[in-house]
Design a protein around this ligand. Structure first.
Ligand SMILES: [Zn+2]
Length: 698
């Protein structure tokens, strides 16, 4: 690979090969160093032909598997399927990464154009009877095929995938399932559209008197003025039900009646008995999923989903959530009482209501910790934070990061680093794209331009990318991050390390951990971000270069458990609501609001707190997180316990522990059941105590 780099003159890299128009870059091996995508050569018109050819190639590969006259075996069926579709993944990984990080109306049009083709293609594979027959033949005969454990797991995973999609059903059953899936996808779309309208269009809080802005800082007011302009109320101020607009208002506005108005608008979304109402839709979705689960042989939809996860059974999830709920509720009630005391002291003669929580939490925070975000920011210059996370990774895993300026990037702001083991062996590449741009999706995520894989026994190294929306530098100051942003960067970096270290010959299982384990590699990195010895390394004042003072580090650490009662309770309430909606053993008719109320009563939710998502706007459970909203907290048990494995040795960079973590979780996490891999790393089952301590419940 190094050789390739030497063969390419620098001028060609800079100016690209744009003058050669004959080739679609996706159709031949990339001629770049490390065979990275040649972003300077890829043009919009290359995507659709590459998708089409990619689909065609994979279909040919599938046809070849089916028409193979030999008896089905691992190599001619499972491995052939596992290695099929190279071109399609090659173009997909570039296209969907850029459609998230640097989209345009043209890119979106391409996305719409290829989506039905890709979906139909996936169905052609997943519902292919002849293909399934061959997979089943290998599966049924797997004990006699002399397979090693990874091959065995790969066979079982492919077989499971097909069965979970209905491959074992008779024709009548298959027709029923297709009908259910069809209905579910339409109802899902409708639910999402209603929610979008209710969040962005149907309710806004318009303020026209400056006195109603009391308590709000200049940047909040400025943002509201811009929003007003967008909504056609120039000269006024508008707050919407989107969290970045609503939360600051709830935190700082002294106008209690306006807080009530805004928050009520939020919690009543899609619950106003009009054409945007989602209650009946959600009930129908729950019933259809119940039918689907029964058809596939599961007791409830929860059983169907969770059997595939680390938790294995709905009971395990319920009892876990209930175990955390008890101390979380106690903490929330303590905070509620402390906030009520502030209200009483200030002479307010009212009882704390849900729309007061953020406002008085701010006051309580000030009172308890005297911590101001503005005090922290000068210590979190982006480059310093980045160096801090690199430092942690090199302490743990002995890897190095070398900036590469010779590789093509899709935007001049993107930085690329080569990751090497012990300073010599190439591990992979890391692309970092930090700041918001008009064409970038909100949030932060970790993706890949190339997944690690093996081709004919040779390792192909991964190309991983982190895309975020972090504070931009201004003309006078560098990019200074908030503490939240620091944690976000460390979090995504954990996903990136997972992608970089993944190692395995079969794509179906390599790096493929259960959904309730996915956040372990990411969330564990957040622990290091706040360790005093790590902060002392990277949190240096951007003007003086001085390390963060110990008092400030101590304040930051103390405040980490602030308001965790509330955060945990509202999260668990939503996770329980999700599980309850998917616990039907038969389709049934219920009053949606009564059901929700009953569900919340079971867990003793207090009236000052709503679940983070109520039924009528719980988009996660309509999309991909049905029966799975619990996974973040589940993974937090793992990351807190895993981090304790380091702490217990007295060295947060203990190399023996990190070597095990790298091997069993990051490199080989998909090789076996999640819990088996975890036990290999930890030597014992995870304890819930470290999580309770981190959240200040113990
Ligand atoms: Zn994550």
């Amino acid at each position: 690979m190094r050789k390739l780099f030497l063969l390419i003159p620098l001028a060609a890299m800079v100016y690209g090969f744009t003058t050669i128009k004959t080739d679609n870059p996706f159709f031949s091996e990339y001629k770049t160093p490390f065979k990275v995508p040649p972003f300077n050569e890829i043009k919009l018109e290359h995507y659709v032909p590459a998708f089409e050819k990619g689909i065609e190639e994979q279909q040919n590969e599938i046809d070849a598997i089916i028409s193979n006259p030999e008896q089905p075996n691992f190599s001619n069926t499972i491995l052939a399927l596992d290695k099929s579709g190279r071109l399609l993944s090659k173009v997909s990984s570039v296209f969907y990464s850029l459609n998230g990080a640097e989209t345009s109306p043209e890119m979106q049009a391409i996305a719409r154009q290829v989506a039905p083709k890709v979906t139909a293609h996936r169905d052609n594979i997943n519902l292919n009877d002849k293909l399934f027959k061959r997979i089943k033949a290998v599966y049924d005969n797997r004990a006699n095929l002399n397979l090693d454990s990874l091959q065995l797991r790969t066979v079982e995973k492919y077989y499971d995938d097909f069965v979970r999609n209905g491959a074992n059903l008779d024709d009548n059953g298959k027709a029923k399932l297709r009908d259910i899936n069809q209905k579910l996808s339409q109802l899902g779309l409708k639910f999402g559209e209603n929610l979008l309208d209710e969040t962005n269009k149907n309710f806004i809080l318009i303020i026209d008197k400056p006195k109603d802005l009391d308590g709000l800082s200049k940047d909040i007011i400025d943002a509201a003025a811009i929003t007003a302009k967008q909504y056609g109320y120039e000269g006024k101020w508008v707050f919407t039900l989107q969290k970045p607009s609503m939360i600051p208002f709830l935190q700082y506005s002294t106008k209690r009646d306006l807080r009530e108005k805004l928050y009520t608008g939020y919690v009543m979304r899609c619950n106003n008995n009009d054409k945007f109402d989602n209650k009946a839709i959600l009930l129908e979705i729950a019933n259809l999923r119940t039918q689907k689960a029964k058809l596939l042989g599961y007791e409830t939809y929860n059983h169907y989903v969770i059997s595939n996860n680390m938790a294995k059974t709905p009971d395990a999830v319920y009892s876990f959530l209930n175990e955390v709920m008890t101390p979380a509720l106690e903490a929330a009630i303590r905070d509620r009482d402390a906030m009520q005391a502030i209200i009483d002291r200030e002479g307010g003669s009212f009882k704390l209501a849900p729309w007061d929580w953020w406002f008085y939490a701010e006051k309580l925070k000030k009172e308890k910790y005297n911590l101001d975000e503005a005090e922290l920011k000068p210590y979190f210059k982006l480059e310093n934070v980045r160096n801090g996370m690199f430092y942690v990774a090199s302490q743990l895993y002995g890897i190095t990061f070398t900036k590469r300026t010779d590789l093509p990037v899709y935007h001049p702001e993107v930085e690329v680093f080569e990751v090497k083991d012990d300073g010599s062996n190439h591990v992979g590449l890391l692309y970092l794209d930090y700041h918001p741009r008009p064409g970038k999706r909100v949030g932060a995520w970790c993706g890949r331009f190339r997944q690690q894989t093996y081709e004919n026994g040779e390792k192909i190294t991964p190309i991983v990318t982190i895309v975020a929306n972090l504070t931009r530098p201004t003309e006078t100051t560098p990019a200074l991050l908030t503490w939240d942003e620091v944690e976000t960067l460390f979090h995504e970096f954990g996903h990136a390390l997972h992608g970089l270290f993944t190692d395995g010959p079969y794509d179906r299982i390599a790096g493929n951990v259960p959904r309730d384990m996915v956040e372990l590699p990411s969330q564990i990195m957040e622990h290091w971000a706040s360790q005093p010895q790590v902060l002392r390394y990277y949190a240096k004042h951007y003007q003086t270069g001085e390390s963060m003072p110990d008092e400030l580090i101590a304040k930051l650490q103390r405040s980490s458990t602030f308001n965790q009662g509330f955060a945990t309770v509202e999260y668990i309430a939503a996770a329980i609501l999700d599980l309850d909606w998917h616990s039907f053993t038969e389709p049934k008719q219920v009053d949606v609001l009564e059901f929700e109320q009953q569900s919340m009563k079971q867990i003793n939710l207090i009236p000052e707190i709503y679940p983070r998502y109520r039924t009528s706007y719980f988009n996660h459970i309509v999309g991909g997180y049905a029966s799975g909203y619990y996974v973040y907290l589940w993974a937090e048990v793992l990351d807190s316990d895993a981090f304790n494995a380091f702490v217990e040795t007295g060295d947060i960079f203990n190399r023996q522990v990190s070597a095990k973590f790298r091997k069993y979780i990051l490199a080989e996490g998909g090789n076996n059941d999640g819990m088996i891999q975890y036990l290999k790393f930890r030597g014992k089952a995870p304890s819930i105590d470290p999580l309770l301590q981190n959240r200040g419940f113990k």
